[in-house]
Design a protein around this ligand. Sequence first.
Ligand code: FEO
Length: 428
Amino acid sequence: MGGPVPGHAARISFHFHQEDLTVQPVELAKNVYWVGAVDWLTRDFHGYSTYRGTTYNAYLIIDEKVTLIDTVKRPYHGELMHRIRNIIDPAKIDYIVVNHVEMDHSGSMPQVMEEIRPEKVICSKMGHKALLKHFHQEDWPYHVVAPGEEINLGEKTLNFLETRMLHWPDSMFTYLVEDQILFSSDAFGEHLATSERFDDEVNQDVLMYEATKYYANILTLYSPLVKKLIAKVQEMNLPIRMIAPDHGIVWRSDPGKIIEAYSRWCRNEGKGYALVIYDTMWHSTEMMAKAVADGLLDEGISYKLLDLSVNHRSDVMTDVLEASAIVLGCPTLNNGMLPRMAGFLMYMRGLRPTNKVGAAFGSYGWSGEAVKLMNQAMKEMKFTICHEGLRVQYVPEHGQLKECVELGRHVGRTLKDFMAGKEIESVL
Ligand code: FEO
């Protein structure tokens, strides 16, 4: 571990943190190294809560043509370069592969290009366009690869698989033929900062929770494309010994585990449980939510009560991924919904989960539009809405709470039919 240099106190605040770390590369296979960076600090990724931090993975292949696959977020440039220097002089790198242009992987490209001056910057056609729009450098030595194109590095060979819109237009995978390693960009990753680099070295429950959260919050919208991609990879019959994504751990012991999970998630098959997602102003909607949950339980349906004031939207989305029924509760405020529910629905609509039973409820004072608005949002997501919605003026009394219990039972019964594959007409 390096320390502050006497007489160089000005370096401490930023550079000490990023550049004086012990930065060992990790070997994946002979002459293939992880040289990325671990971000223990980040807690928010454009609205996605990252309580366990993340990593920005980059990989170095030593061959006749030395190749760097992806770079890191700009503040972690020093960590990347130190790891590379522990293996080779960065100036000896011949090729840089840019699998994905989003700034968490390309942010340090300007400095990296300055220091390395590679012979080729290898990217997809859309990657080329995106790099130009990000860094405005016409004279970088771009080498656009077509899907399936091979580049020989000496003893090793790279093959490129276009994965447009997974999750950006520029996204692609790079496959290292001889070592059977799939460098999968954002796909198959998770936001998880760890000292370990491999799947078999970390807690499996934490790993799969974070992988689920990652899929739910980044890839749900692209599930139809994930489905096609998995079918394509299976058709190509690519032997995959390891999956090396751009975030989190490398799947070396069981890459099939994450492929199988993606195959399941992209089919939007729920596990039969319900979520009661609500916000409340003076606890009336909360009382209704608990009564609805009682009704679900009466029908033997497992549920979670998720108050949006204490559950982050990205955690709620993680539960939404495999839920089969979504029951939304919100009071009316200024002829609309409470801001937290409005924000959550905008977020969920953007990710477009499908194949769910839906219903809504809420208390109101004099206008009561919230239930209609929640129903509208669920209709747009093509949920099977099984009830026109339940509203209670001001504070529910015993009889009205019984109606809420009955709503929960109705959702429960509908859900059982839905899971049994019966045809159910949406009421809206
Ligand atoms: Fe990890 Fe789409 O960037």
